[in-house]
Design a protein around this ligand. Structure first.
Ligand SMILES: *Cc1c(COP(=O)(O)O)cnc(C)c1O
Length: 405
C-alpha cells in the first residue's frame, strides 16, 4: 500500500529536484581564512583538484581566493587550464603529468608544473622553447610518502637538470616541495618531523647546485592544523577548505572552526506501509521487525553514496536520524521509519538531509565515512555529476558561480 497522503511540495516556483548538493561558498571562504590564520605567515594554496573535492572546481577556487588563498593547487593540467579558461589569474600548480604529455598549453597559460624526474624538466623546457615563455617548475622530493617526488638518491640529477634548463632561460624553478604521509596521525608525528628535515636537506643539496627558489612547501590540511614546523613558505590545504576535518582522530571540523560546505539533500520519492517480516532492498539484508513505513531516498552509489555504508549510512528525516535499511542501490536507498507518530508524519516529497554541516545533530560526511569504513574526503569527492550543485552564500549571490559555470 502506498502512502495515502498527498505529497509534500506542490506548485513550488523553483524546480523540484530528486536530489541536490548545496555548496555554501561563504563556508569555503571562511574555512580558507581560518587556515590562513593557522598557517601563520605562510601563503595558502587552496587545493581544488577533483572538481574541488566534489564541490565544483571554479566556484571553490574563487571562494577560496576570496577567503585569502593566493595560490591554487590541482593534480591535472586540464584542471589548471580550466581555471585559466574561467579567468582565474592566481598562480596555479599542477602536480601530476606523465611522459609524452603535451605541456605547451600549461606553459602558455602560466600554469606551474611539478617535476619529480629529469624527463619532466626536459619536457617543460621543450614546451618553453615552443611557446617562448619560461616554464615555471616546482621540484618535488620524496621525503617519506613514497608516492611522487625524487628519492634522495635521484634528487641531485633532478636538480642538475633543472639548473641546466634554468641557466638557458627556458625554466624558472619556483619551488621545492614534498607531501606529508601521516600528518593526521598523532602516532606518526616522528615521521612528519623527519619529512621536514628531509625537505631541508634537499633544499641544501639544491642550493649547492645554485638552485635556490623562493618557495618551499610541504603541508596538507593536517600539516596546517597540527604541525607548525611544516608551514614553511606556502601551505596546501585541500579537504579542510571544504570544512572537513583531515584528522577526525585529532579534532572534529567544528573543533577546528571549520564549516562543512556541502549539504546533500534529497526528496523522498515514496513512503509506504509494509508489514512485519518483509525483506528490504537487494539481497534482503534488512528485514522489517514490525509493521512499518519505508521511505525511498533517490540517491545511491551511482551518485557516489558508498555502497559499503549499506545498513548504516545516516539520513535525517524531519529532525530524526535513520540508518539506511539494507543495501545501497545504484540510484536509491530505503529507510525503515518504524510506525510511531514521527514516522506517520513523513510524506513523499519531504526533503531529507543525507549529510551537511552537522548543525542540529544532522549527519555529516564524516558519519558516512565512519559507516562505510572510509574517509570523509572520499565521501564528498565522489558525489557525482548526476547530482546538481547549487551554490549559496553571499559569494554565490554576487554571481561567483555564474561566472564560473
Ligand atoms: C591532495 C593534496 C593536497 C591536499 O591534501 P589535504 O589532505 O586534502 O589537505 C596537498 N598536496 C598534494 C600534493 C595533494 O595531492
Amino acid at each position: 500500500m502506498t502512502d495515502d497522503q498527498p505529497p509534500g511540495p506542490t506548485g513550488a516556483a523553483d524546480a523540484v529536484l530528486p536530489a541536490e548538493a548545496v555548496v555554501d561558498l561563504d563556508a569555503v571562504a571562511a574555512n580558507t581564512s581560518v587556515l590562513r590564520e593557522r598557517a601563520g605567515g605562510a601563503d595558502v594554496m587552496a587545493v581544488v583538484k577533483a572538481d574541488g573535492y566534489g564541490h565544483g572546481l571554479v566556484p571553490s577556487a574563487l571562494a577560496a581566493l576570496s577567503g585569502g588563498a593566493t595560490w591554487l593547487g590541482v593534480a591535472h593540467l586540464a584542471e589548471g587550464l580550466a581555471l585559466r579558461a574561467a579567468g582565474v589569474t592566481a598562480p596555479v600548480l599542477a602536480w601530476l603529468v606523465v611522459p609524452g604529455q603535451d605541456l605547451t598549453a600549461a606553459v602558455a597559460a602560466d600554469v606551474d608544473v611539478s617535476a619529480s624526474a629529469p624527463w619532466a624538466v626536459e619536457a617543460l623546457a621543450a614546451a618553453a622553447r615552443r611557446t617562448g615563455c619560461a616554464a615555471r617548475v616546482h621540484l618535488k622530493v620524496d621525503t617519506g610518502l613514497s608516492r611522487g617526488g625524487a628519492t634522495a638518491d635521484d634528487w641531485p640529477d633532478l636538480v642538475r637538470a633543472a639548473a641546466t634548463a634554468q641557466a638557458d632561460g627556458s625554466l624558472e624553478v619556483v619551488g621545492l616541495w614534498s607531501h606529508l604521509a601521516s600528518a593526521d596521525d598523532p602516532a606518526q608525528d616522528g615521521l612528519t618531523r623527519r619529512q621536514v628535515e628531509r625537505l631541508a636537506e634537499a633544499a641544501e643539496v639544491a642550493a649547492r647546485s645554485g638552485v635556490r627558489p623562493p618557495l618551499r612547501h610541504l603541508a596538507n590540511s593536517a600539516g596546517v592544523l597540527a604541525h607548525p614546523a611544516t608551514h614553511l613558505d606556502l601551505v596546501r590545504p585541500g579537504v579542510a577548505v571544504y570544512g572537513v576535518s583531515p584528522a577526525p582522530g585529532r579534532a572534529s571540523a567544528a573543533g577546528l572552526g571549520l564549516v562543512p560546505a556541502m549539504t546533500l539533500r534529497a526528496r523522498l520519492a515514496l513512503v509506504k506501509h509494509v508489514g512485519a517480516g518483509e525483506g528490504v532492498s537487494y539481497g534482503h539484508t534488512h528485514t522489517t521487525a514490525a509493521p512499518t513505513r519505508l521511505a525511498l531516498v533517490p540517491l545511491g552509489y551511482g551518485d557516489g553514496l558508498p555502497r559499503h555504508a549499506s545498513g548504516g549510512g545516516p539520513v535525517q528525516v524531519r529532525g530524526r536520524r535513520y540508518a539506511v535499511a539494507g543495501r545501497v542501490c545504484m540510484d536509491q536507498v530505503v529507510l525503515d521509519l518504524g510506525d510511531d507518530d514521527a514516522a506517520r508524519a513523513v510524506r513523499a516529497g519531504d526533503e531529507v538531509e543525507v549529510f551537511g554541516t552537522g548543525a542540529g545533530g544532522g549527519p555529516t560526511a564524516q558519519d558516512w565515512a565512519d559507516a562505510a569504513g572510509t574517509i570523509a574526503y572520499e565521501v564528498v569527492t565522489r558525489i557525482g555529476a548526476r547530482v546538481p550543485r547549487r551554490y549559496v552564500g553571499a559569494l554565490a549571490d554576487q554571481g561567483v558561480p555564474a561566472a564560473a559555470r
